[in-house]
Each structure stands twice: as C-alpha cells, then as structure tokens.
Design a protein around this ligand. Sequence first.
Ligand code: SAH
Length: 451
Amino acid sequence: MLKENDIIITEGVDYTSEGIGLAKHDGQVIFVNNLIIGEEAEIKITKVKRSFSLGKIIRFTKVSPHRITPLIAESIHLGGCQFSQLEYKEEVSYKLSKVNRALRVIGGLDYEVRTIHAAKSDSFYRNKSVLPLKKLNHYTLISGMYRYNSHDIVNMEKTHLDDERVAVVMKAIKKLLLKYKYTIYNEKTHVGDVRKVMVRVSQSYDEIMVVLITKNVTLADFNRFINELIVLVPTVTTVIQNINDDVTNVNLGEKEVVHYGSGFIKDRLLGLEFNISSKSFFQVNSAQTEVLYTRALALAQLTKEDVLLDAYSGIGTIALAASKEVSRVIGVEIVKEAVLDANENAKRNNITNATFVRGDSGHYISENIQKENITAVIVDPPRKGLSEQFIDVILKQKIKKFIYVSCDPATLARDLAKLTTIYNIAAFECVDMFPRTSHVENIVLLSLKTT
Ligand code: SAH
C-alpha cells in the first residue's frame, strides 16, 4: 500500500475525466498532474485516499516527445496543465480514444468512432470567462485561474483559453477596482464585495459584456467606475452587476442590475444573429460551434415535413439554425432568460416557425410529443445527460430522427446503452470545442433498428 511521502517512479498511463495525469502503481491509481501518457517521473505521494492517491512530480525520468512549451507559462500550475503542453494532434487523438473507451466500458457498445473535427485554433478561443480576483496589497490585484487542487489564484494577465480581449478588459477593471477601493470577496470569510468578473466577448461584433459579480447591492460610485471603464475599453458595450450573497461556488446569483447598455451582447453563428444575456448559455467556442451545428444538421437530414424538438435549447441556436429545413421547430429550455433570448432571437432573424417554451425537457416531451406531432428530436443536455423520463418517452415513442449532442462521453455512453435497445448508432462524430482541456463534444445520429 502506498503511504504519504512515499517516493516512487511511475508512468503516465491515462488522464482522469478532468484531465489530470493518471498513473498506476501495484494496481493503485495515482493522480499526477502534468504527467503526459508515456512519460515517467519520480513522484512523491502527497495524499492517500481509499480509491486513489495524489502524487507530485519531483523530476521527470522520461519526457514525452509530444511535450511542447506552453503558450502561457503560468498555465503549468493549473489542473490538467499537461494539456497546455501536449502537441495538439496528440490531444485530439487522445480525445477520440477517450470517447471510444467510454462507449465500450460504460456503454458496453461495440462501435468505433473515427471522426473528430479538430479546432483550427487551439488557444484564445473562449468567448466567455469568469475570473476570480485576489488583492495582494493596496497596489496589486491579481486575477487568473485556480491552481491545481486548490482555490489559490494563479496570477495570469492573459490565459491561454480566453479571447485576448478579456485580458485588456481585466487590466482596466483591476486598475479601477483598486482606484475605487472596492473590497474583494474572500471565500473563506464571506467578507468583501467583488466576487468575480465575468466577461463575454462577441466574435462577430466589437461588443463586450462585463458582469461584476458582487456580494452586496450597493457599490460606491459605480457609475463613475463604469464611465472610466468605457473610456479605457470603448468596446465594452454593456455592464451588469450580478448580486450573489450565497455561500456557494455557483458564480451567478439571481438578482441583476443592468447599469450600462442593453444587458445583452450580439453575436453571429451560421449567418444568424443572436442576442445573449448574462445568464444564458452560449457555446464558448464560436468557430467550433458552427462546425458542431453544421454537422449535426447534416446528419439529421431534416425535411419540410418534420416537426423538430430542440431539447435543452439555450438561446435557440440549434432550433433557429434548423428552422428553414423543417415545418416547425419547438425549443425547450429551463432557464427563463435563455427562453426570452431565444424568442427574441427568432424575431430578430425573421423566423416565424420557431417557438420556445420554458420547462424541463423530460417533462415537456412526455406531455407534448404526440400533441405537437414531433417527428424529429435533437438533444443537447448539460453534462449530466438525459433524464430517465426523457429516455423513457423516446423509447416508447420510437422517434425516427434522433440526434444526441453531448459534451460528456461518459453520460452519453450511459444513455446510449439504453437507447440502443431500439436504435442503432448510424453516425458518430466528435468536435473539439475545448482545446487544451480534456473535454470533447459529440454528435450521434440514431436510427431505429429494423428488426
Ligand atoms: N443547445 C444549446 C444549449 C446547450 S447547453 C446550445 O448549443 O447553445 C444545455 C442547456 O440545457 C442549457 O441552456 C441549460 O440551461 C439547459 N438545461 C439544463 N437542464 C435542463 C432541463 N432539465 N430541461 C431543459 N433545459 C435544461
């Protein structure tokens, strides 16, 4: 049995679902951040838990030929940091193997995925970032990402994932937070005002949304703060204060005040224009989202006879992109603001055959699948996958055209194990929406078994 402070030599054999290096020693699993598959290192065991241990690299004894210098040096302190130091083509082929393994091991399925659409750009692709802050002294305020396995902030003026405009906005915000002497929230003591800053940038327009997430409602001189901010960064088009007084890791609170601009930013995907509010989900990698939707719709082969349900529809992006191919499309989404955005987006694009309703997708489909004569379904659930209720309805109604878009191969494989009792996997493609992380997006076309 391994003990704390043991020093061993071990080899990277895999990564965890969150992208931490994984090694094995006498059958015991050790999480070793920054260990690339095939690398060997001397490590020190820092923690022993029941089903795994944690180890820290002391020195490498064999370095992968696929290891590269990270684009942003500070990224080596983050969880899963080997992904910022691995040749991108290796990352992509690892993702494909991860999906295939999930299908085999979790889904018990005999199917091999061969297609993955790699990203054209493997850095600075995120259109949304939520960054924590820490005040070091009267003159220094840092922002960045959390250090591996901790809530310490690694000071990063620019991150390797975020759109480069985020760094410009953050620099100005940090300067003003110091100038206006706003206090920074401390997670441990629940004291301080400014919790985090969320920045959303538009890929297609010179528009930036800033959301200051604060514990309290009032911020002294906030209008002056904003006036200075838009002088420093004129492309900031809207500033929102989100109030979150809960002791929680969830970033956004319920309450919001729009202090400047419309409270939205606009962006474009596949020739359509979208209004996005702060609380609505919008895919973080716009370039790859276009690939994702284009492939999903190409596989779906929708026709003018189809009534399409876009379940987990967010601000309506898939539904609106599909609208011209079908007779009608209905989107169902649980977040109120996203449903409002979706209906507004239909109008904005002069689309009259799309409606969006607020609700739980499982509940909605069980009540409406027959009433609405739904003939085709596209789902794009969050990481936890489809609800049992949703799957039960699908299995009972035997919907002919069914596309499952998923950001989590594990829950996808779990759901496919059930769905493949009546469906065959007719096509499966992965899209790398999240370069430099372990995450990967998937599109599955299911066709009803004939026997
Ligand atoms: N298809 C959209 C959104 C996908 S993200 C796009 O591509 O942008 C998943 C969405 O599901 C989020 O908007 C989330 O708010 C929503 N959601 C989560 N649980 C839900 C549920 N039980 N019923 C309906 N929508 C849900």
